[in-house]
Design a binder for this molecule. Sequence first.
Ligand SMILES: *Cc1c(COP(=O)(O)O)cnc(C)c1O
Length: 358
Amino acid sequence: MKKHNFSAGPAILPAPVLKEAGKAAANYQGMGLSLLELSHRGPEFTAIIEEANALMREIIGLPENYHVLWLSGGASTQFYMAPFNLLDNGETAAYLDSGTWANKAIKEAKLFGHVEVIASSKEQNYTFIPKHYKIPKHAKYLHITSNNTIFGTQMHKFPKSPVPLVCDMSSDFLSRPFDPRPFGLLYAGAQKNLGPAGATVVIVREDMLGKVNRAMPSMLDYRTFIKENSLYNTPPVFPIYVSLLTLRWIKKNGGLKGMQRRNRAKAAILYDEVDQNPLFRGTVAKEDRSLMNACFVMQDQYVHLEKEFLKETEANGMVGLKGHRSVGGFRASIYNAMPKFSVQALVDLMQDFAKRKG
Ligand SMILES: *Cc1c(COP(=O)(O)O)cnc(C)c1O
């Protein structure tokens, strides 16, 4: 039986996507060849990447002056590739420190220019999204993390910024509609909400590039990938194909509005239980709760039951619920592809457990 996969990443993918991907890995479109062994310059893959780009543009509603790029190296590569391309020596970039990933992005950006951390929730173990900060007008960009995978907070509103936003959207990419125009660049590792690990999507606005003076290796220059339509070297062919299947699934299921409706409904079921159940409590500010990664712990007097509850989730076919070591307790990642019945199964177990132990 298929498990309820609450893993933070690599994460759950839609069932029909996995089925189709399996077929393509064995025999792509009846060609007698696996997609894994087809040239990235052949007509089959050309059609795949063109459709993926077109669907991405359509689903987000991207204006003409944005490019969609498929890279490798994960979001972690973008932590340095973005400032390398956007921030010259001596220039300033503003960063919002909302979690572990933001912190890593800050560390890398310092290699290339001046970094101004304009607000941080680190002192409170990242239990909220910093608000009420001043964005310096002289900054080249403001870097934000839309969803903090580890701590379970999410920006439900993006800041009004006098400078372009650069955003790590890895863990809530395509989970809700958003206006792309304030964003100069955004990036997302595929393995949270889009496809298999190995592909990273970068969406960049034309006018952001060509403004730094440093020498750039071709593979670190976004313009190389724009010019060659992400085919300068061999791209992550299979992850791009699976991402295309997910994009088709998103479109078929109501686009980003449809995703948002489903995600809100699922998160509401879970957070309502966390708030009502006498054994559990949430770990972050309610207004900043993530619809993608729900973190919760047991109330102090029941902490000794955490291991036992975790065991019961496993016995009931649920995996990936152990909280990140920096938070403890539990984390239920309920990305786009997570069906409502899996969330309901978790909630039912929480209720049952409370009846027996409360
Ligand atoms: C998972 C994650 C990353 C790291 O992604 P890699 O692809 O492993 O480099 C970065 N940022 C966020 C928000 C993430 O969730």
